[in-house]
Design a protein around this ligand. Structure first.
Ligand code: SF4
Length: 126
């Protein structure tokens, strides 16, 4: 049996100005994820849904790499899907199979940590 690749965590922090993330300590969350959870790594992007976010996806996603899973923390999963799925399709990837979108808005840091932890456990424990 081949060993499962660890998921990557990408946190979209909505410029850092969005009231939805006012209660979230970004660095506490990201350090928890990268140090304590079974992820390949964790990164932060300031605003994935605008042009430089598109540029990031284009540069970052690897063509046809269907084995890598992404957990994306940010806004509503339906919004994430709408905004990111084309970037995945352009690289012959499947957003619905390779992405777990987490809405982490309006949460205190411990609650967000727990939500990410559960998503990682679900993926890695499968
Ligand atoms: S993708 Fe969502 S969380 Fe990220 S900047 Fe856009 S609206 Fe905010």
């Amino acid at each position: 049996m081949s060993e499962k690749k660890l998921p990557r965590f990408i946190m979209c922090f909505c410029t850092g100005e969005c009231p939805g993330f006012a209660k979230l300590d970004l660095w506490k969350l990201i350090n928890f994820v990268r140090n304590e959870l079974d992820v390949e790594y964790a990164i932060v992007h300031p605003q994935l849904c605008v042009d430089d976010g598109d540029n990031f996806w284009r540069d970052y996603l690897r063509e046809g790499d269907k084995d890598t899973m992404y957990i994306i923390g940010g806004c509503d999963p339906r919004m994430q899907r709408k905004m990111f799925k084309d970037a995945f399709e352009e690289k012959d990837l499947d957003f619905s199979k390779q992405v777990v979108s987490l809405d982490l808005r309006n949460m205190e840091t411990p609650e967000a940590m727990k939500k990410v932890e559960e998503a990682v456990s679900k993926l890695v424990g499968e």
